[in-house]
Ligand binder design. Structure first.
Ligand code: MN
Length: 193
């Protein structure tokens, strides 16, 4: 047993449909101060952190054994908000084992899964309650909250997949999601390297 969950004999855990929260585990939290350089308007982001460092998203890790036969699962909650006119989003990552996919299932709220692979192919999928999104192997993935309520998603992926945040931190994504005339639009990222 790696932690309080019995990954050998099985276990149950409650996730609230509306909040995504579980009384049985702690989330990992990402604040805006931890997303330096990831939004188009870096100065606006920095100023927002000085005033009140907002919580952008949180998710469950649960301590799955890093074993190919296990499955990591939990919920991710992306809060509503914007940096200037760019919607709150997760950092996004490739899996360390690039050849591993992931499924996200929308429980509450509205947003998008933004995906891109090493060849530069970009895929965008709507996330809303009842809609499941398949993130294919080889694609970095970032979820974006384009609504005004929390975006709550259930996810599951191979336990040993691992997370590579570094590539995205350095290069950024090719596309960013902005609010224009009250609607989400995807545009080329001028900061992409
Ligand atoms: Mn992933």
């Amino acid at each position: 047993m790696v932690n309080q969950f019995d990954w050998q004999k099985g276990f149950g855990i409650d996730f609230d449909f509306s909040s995504g929260m579980s009384p049985q585990a702690e989330t990992t939290r990402r604040y805006l101060s931890q997303m330096k350089g990831m939004y188009l308007e870096e100065e606006v982001r920095a100023e927002m952190c000085r005033e009140k460092d907002p919580l952008v998203y949180e998710f469950y890790e649960l301590g799955v054994p890093e074993c190919g036969g296990d499955l990591a699962f939990g919920t991710t909650i992306v809060y509503p908000g914007k940096v200037n006119n760019e919607f709150y989003m997760t950092k996004g990552h490739f899996h360390t084992i690039l050849d591993t996919a992931e499924v996200y299932w929308g429980l509450q709220g509205t947003g998008y899964m933004l995906m891109e692979n090493m060849d530069g192919d970009v895929q965008i999928q709507l996330i809303e309650p009842g809609r499941a999104v398949y993130v294919p192997k080889g694609y970095a993935h970032r979820s974006i909250n384009s609504g005004d309520t929390p975006l709550v998603m259930f996810f599951v992926f191979r336990g040993d997949a691992g997370h590579n945040y570094g590539t995205i931190e350095v290069k950024g994504y090719r596309k960013i999601c902005l609010e224009e005339n009250g609607k989400p639009v995807f545009v080329d990222n001028p900061r992409w390297k």
